[in-house]
Design a protein around this ligand. Structure first.
Ligand code: TXA
Ligand code: MG
Length: 329
C-alpha cells in the first residue's frame, strides 16, 4: 500500500522528489490525467512502472520536465516548428516526439531513436518537477497511472483504485483534485518535415496548424499514407484501450438498465442510468473517464454513449471512445 498525500505543501513535494531520486514511484496529478512517475534516468525505477502497470516493456514513456531549459539534454535535434509549438503550448497538454540524446535510454524509448517530452500545466506537477530538478533529476517518466488497457485516472482516488494493490509502502500518490482536461495529451511526432499527430488531444490540429504555419499530418485518421503505423509504438493507439469493465456502445439506442453518457442537450432515454450530462465538449472530456468508472462502480454491464460531433477536442474524445468500444459495436 502506498502513502496518500492530499495536502501537498512545498515540503511534501520536496519529500516526494527525494523519494523519486531514491527509486520510488510517485503518482501525481497533471492537467490531462494522473501520471505514475519514476526517475527517467533510473532503469530499476522505470522497470517498476511497467510492473505496476502490467504494461509490455517495449512501450515508450513520456518524460516530463518543468521548463523548456531541460529539453536540450534529452534530444539531439529539434525542428523550428517544434520550438514554436513548445513556446506556444507548454506548459500544456502536448507531448513532442523528438530525436533522442544519449540520456534517453532504451528503457524509456522502447528502443526507438525518439523520445516523448512534455511540460504539464498543473501546479502540483510543476512543483514536484522543480523540486526533482533541484535534486539533480533530469526528468520524470510518467505514463497514465492505470493498469495497462484500462481507463486513465483523473483523480487520486481513481489512481488508488487502479494501482493501490501494486504500489509499495515507499511509493506515493499525490492528490491534486480532478484533472481539468480529462483526456491524455496530444502526441505530435516532430521528426519529419511536417508535424504529425499520433494521438489527438486538447491541442488540436487547428491550433498546431495556426502556430506552425504548416499542414498537420494525422496518423490517427489516415493509416494508408507513407507513415507506417506499426513503426511507432503508441500503446494508446492500440485497439481496445481506455476500456472500462462495462461494454461500451457508441451512438446506439440504449437498452434498459444500461448507463448513458451524452451532452446535456440530449434527453435521457427511459430506463437508463444517466452517468454524465456535460454542457460542453470541454466538460465532456473532463468527466468522461470518471463517468466510465462510475458505471463500473454501479456494476453496469453496458454503457451507451452519444459522441460529440465536430472538430477540436471532440476528435480526441471520439478517438478514445472508439478504442474503448473496440470490437463491441
Ligand atoms: O497526458 C499524458 O500524456 C499523460 C500524462 C501523465 O502526462 N501520459 C500518458 O502516458 O498518457 P501514456 O504512457 O499512458 O501514453 C503515452 C503514449 C503511449 O502510447 C506511448 O507509446 C507513446 O505515448 N509514446 C511515448 N514515447 C513515444 C515515442 N518516442 N514515440 C512514439 N510514441 C511514444
Ligand atoms: Mg496511458
Amino acid at each position: 500500500m502506498s502513502q496518500f498525500l492530499s495536502n501537498c505543501s512545498v515540503d511534501a513535494l520536496a519529500t516526494a522528489a527525494q523519494s523519486l531520486r531514491e527509486g520510488s514511484l510517485v503518482a501525481f496529478p497533471t492537467e490531462t490525467v494522473y501520471g505514475l512517475g519514476a526517475d527517467a534516468t533510473n532503469a530499476q525505477a522505470v522497470a517498476r512502472i511497467y510492473e505496476v502497470k502490467g504494461r509490455p516493456a517495449d512501450h515508450p514513456l513520456i518524460v516530463h520536465i518543468a521548463d523548456i531549459k531541460y529539453l536540450e539534454q534529452w534530444i539531439s535535434d529539434v525542428p523550428e516548428y517544434a520550438i514554436a509549438l513548445a513556446r506556444e503550448f507548454w506548459s500544456g497538454p502536448m507531448t513532442l516526439i523528438l530525436l533522442r540524446s544519449e540520456l534517453a535510454k532504451d528503457f524509456i524509448t522502447g528502443g526507438q531513436d525518439t523520445v516523448g517530452i512534455r511540460i504539464p500545466d498543473n501546479s502540483l506537477a510543476l512543483g514536484l518537477l522543480e523540486a526533482f530538478h533541484k535534486l539533480g533529476g533530469a526528468g520524470i517518466a510518467a505514463p497514465s497511472a492505470n493498469r495497462f488497457g484500462q481507463v486513465s485516472p483523473t483523480t487520486a482516488e481513481a489512481v488508488q483504485e487502479e494501482l493501490g494493490n501494486y504500489l509499495s509502502d515507499t511509493d506515493l500518490v499525490l492528490d491534486g483534485g480532478p484533472s481539468v482536461v480529462g483526456v491524455e495529451s496530444t502526441i505530435i511526432d516532430c521528426t519529419g518535415e511536417l508535424p504529425r499527430i499520433l494521438r489527438p488531444g486538447a491541442i488540436t490540429t487547428e491550433m498546431i496548424e495556426e502556430v506552425s504555419g504548416l499542414k498537420v499530418l494525422d496518423s490517427t485518421k489516415n493509416k494508408s499514407n507513407d507513415f507506417k503505423q506499426e513503426d511507432i509504438r503508441v500503446s494508446g493507439s492500440l485497439e481496445n484501450h481506455y476500456a472500462p469493465k462495462a461494454k461500451v456502445f457508441l451512438d446506439q439506442q440504449p437498452v434498459d438498465g444500461s448507463g448513458f453518457i451524452a451532452l446535456e442537450s440530449i434527453d435521457t432515454p427511459d430506463g437508463v442510468i444517466r452517468l454524465a450530462a456535460p454542457k460542453s465538449v470541454e466538460e465532456f472530456a473532463r468527466v468522461l473517464y470518471s463517468a466510465l468508472r462510475e458505471g463500473d462502480h454501479q456494476g453496469l454491464s453496458s454503457i451507451y454513449i452519444e459522441q460529440p460531433i465536430g472538430n477540436g477536442l471532440a476528435v480526441a474524445i471520439r478517438d478514445r471512445l472508439a478504442r474503448s468500444a473496440q470490437g463491441r459495436n
